[in-house]
Design a protein around this ligand. Sequence first.
Ligand code: BTN
Length: 243
Amino acid sequence: MAEFGKNILYFDCVTSTFDELTKYPPENGLVVVADRQTGGIGRKGRAWVSDMGGAYFSFYILPDDKTENIPFLAIVCALAAYNTISRYTTCAIKWPNDIVSDGKKVCGILTKSAFNGDSSVYVMAGIGINANNTDFGELDYRATSLKLLAGKEIDRNKLVEEFFEEFNKIYLNLSNEEIIRLYKNACVTLGSHVAVHYNTDGTVFEGKCIDVRTDGSVDIKTENGIINVNAGEVSVRGIYGYV
Ligand code: BTN
């Protein structure tokens, strides 16, 4: 399979790197990077503020046997981002795919799937790393950046290259079992007491996260038994704060 990140297109300003990527036919590993986005998209329909200084990129992942399990690709991306950011600072994965450091978010990941003309599925992964940004406005209390954490200016292009080194090492070489094992080791949510918020009606329940399954869902042990939830239906917060 082609290596990911060999073909990178750079832009000054786009609405979203997803919009820009969709202008090109799906090609495994094709990447769009932008200096800023005017309509950056976050999870759960939120905006992703994308001023100068961040690393904003989206890339295609075309199906093979591993991509039958599409939520698993978000796990792969989270692990690659975790390994990349670990080169700069101590961090952890907050389920499903936020990278946090010092109790604050430093990277967010959004994966989308779509159909090709021949109705085969492909995936677009979008990664936003707070690299050199330092002002997060009202999100200051729960966002940070590599520059703030590492105390130095970050080379954005090198950071993107490093992400793809890590992604290729994981996705092209490791078994799904090994990937989930490494993910679990890095996941701060696993073993934590969490509040689980359903997106649909805002209902909340509390429990301890006791497993991450290979489909990307988590098992939460509550006083009423074990409840399995997936990233599409809930948000998870620590009992004492964001992480
Ligand atoms: C999240 O809400 O945590 C996910 C944020 C994902 C942001 C990235 S930035 C690059 C790509 N383009 C977008 O519009 N969003 C993703």
